[in-house]
Design a protein around this ligand. Structure first.
Ligand SMILES: Nc1ncnc2c1ncn2[C@@H]1O[C@H](COP(=O)(O)OP(=O)(O)OP(=O)(O)O)[C@@H](O)[C@H]1O
Length: 263
C-alpha cells in the first residue's frame, strides 16, 4: 500500500452558475477550467518526493484533493490506502499539510494555536510533542507570543508545526520556503530531512529547484495539469541531459514533444 496514490485524477473548476446549469443540462458536458487531466502516480512510504511545475500547473489543486479541501472531478486519490472522500477522517489523520499561504488566527498565541490544532485530531495533553516541534523549529521562546506579533518567517514555522501536531506519517509541503531567510531554510530542511530519515513520507512542491535536486529522490513534473515527467532525480538528469535539475526542468517544460513519463 502506497503512502499516496492518484489514479487518473482530473479536476475541472466549474463556475458556480455553470455548475447549476450543468447539473440540469441533458448533455452532461463539463464546462470550466481543467486544472488536472488524468494524473496518475504513487509515492511509496519513506520517499522524499518532489512535485514540480510552473505557476498554474495544478500542484496546489492536487494537494487540495489529497487534503480533502477540493473534490476531484473524476479519478481516485488515497492517503496510506484510505480514499480521500470515502474514508476522509483516516486519510486526513494520516496527512500533515503545510499550506502555501500563511493563514493564522490573530487571537491566539503560538502554543494555543498548536493546542487547538491538536484538538482537531482529538489529542489532549500534547504539550511534550508540541515542545519538541517548537524546539526543532527554533520557536520555543515564542510559545507565548501572539501569532500577530510574529514575523512572516516565524508564522511560516508555525504552519509547519501545525502540520506536525498529530505526528502524521505523510507530510505535504506546498512551497514552504517561499520568502523565508537562509537560516529558516536550513533549520526547516534539516528538520524535514530528519523526519524523512525517521520514516515520514514527504511530498514537496517548490520553485527552488536546487532544493528539490538536493532533497528529492523522485520527482514528478506537472505541465498544464498533466504529468510530463516522472522518475528518480538522477535518471531525469541523465535522460534529459542537463547539469542541474533547473536545466532539465526548462527543457521538459519547453519541449512539447517531451513525454518522459515512466510508471
Ligand atoms: N478555485 C478555483 N477556481 C477556478 N480556477 C482555479 C481555482 N483554483 C485554481 N484554479 C486554476 O487552476 C490552475 C491550477 O492552479 P494551482 O493553484 O493548482 O496551480 P499551482 O501549480 O499550484 O501554481 P503555483 O505554482 O502558482 O502555486 C490555475 O490556472 C488556477 O488559476
Amino acid at each position: 500500500m502506497s503512502a499516496l496514490s492518484l489514479e487518473n485524477v482530473s479536476k475541472i473548476y466549474t463556475p458556480r452558475t455553470a455548475a447549476w446549469k450543468q447539473r440540469f443540462s441533458s448533455s452532461g458536458r463539463k464546462r470550466g477550467f481543467q486544472a488536472l487531466d488524468g494524473v496518475s502516480f504513487s509515492v511509496e512510504h519513506g520517499e522524499f518526493f518532489g512535485l514540480l511545475g510552473p505557476n498554474g500547473a495544478g500542484k496546489t489543486t492536487l494537494i487540495s484533493i489529497l487534503a480533502g479541501l477540493a473534490y476531484a472531478t473524476s479519478g481516485t486519490a488515497r492517503v496510506c490506502g484510505y480514499d480521500v472522500v470515502a474514508d476522509f477522517k483516516r486519510s486526513r489523520r494520516s496527512l500533515g499539510v503545510v499550506p502555501q499561504e500563511i493563514v493564522y488566527d490573530p487571537f491566539f498565541t503560538v502554543r494555543e494555536t498548536l493546542r487547538l490544532q491538536s484538538g482537531y485530531f482529538g489529542l489532549r495533553n500534547n504539550d511534550d510533542w508540541i515542545d519538541e516541534i517548537l524546539t526543532n523549529l527554533g520557536l520555543l521562546d515564542k510559545g507565548d507570543t501572539n501569532m500577530r506579533a510574529l514575523s512572516g518567517g516565524m508564522k511560516r514555522r508555525v504552519l509547519v508545526a501545525q502540520a506536525l501536531v498529530h505526528r502524521p506519517p505523510v507530510i505535504i509541503l506546498d512551497e514552504p520556503t517561499a520568502g523565508v531567510d537562509v537560516d529558516l531554510r536550513r533549520t526547516l530542511w534539516e528538520f524535514i530531512a530528519r523526519l524523512n530519515r525517521e520514516g515520514h513520507t514527504i511530498l514537496l512542491t517548490t520553485h527552488y529547484l536546487e532544493e528539490a535536486e538536493a532533497l528529492c529522490g523522485r520527482i514528478a513534473m506537472l505541465k498544464s495539469g498533466r504529468v510530463v515527467a516522472l522518475d528518480t532525480t538522477q535518471a531525469l538528469l541523465a535522460r534529459v541531459g542537463g547539469a542541474h535539475l533547473e536545466d532539465a526542468f526548462v527543457r521538459i517544460m519547453h519541449d512539447d514533444e517531451f513525454l518522459g513519463v515512466t510508471a
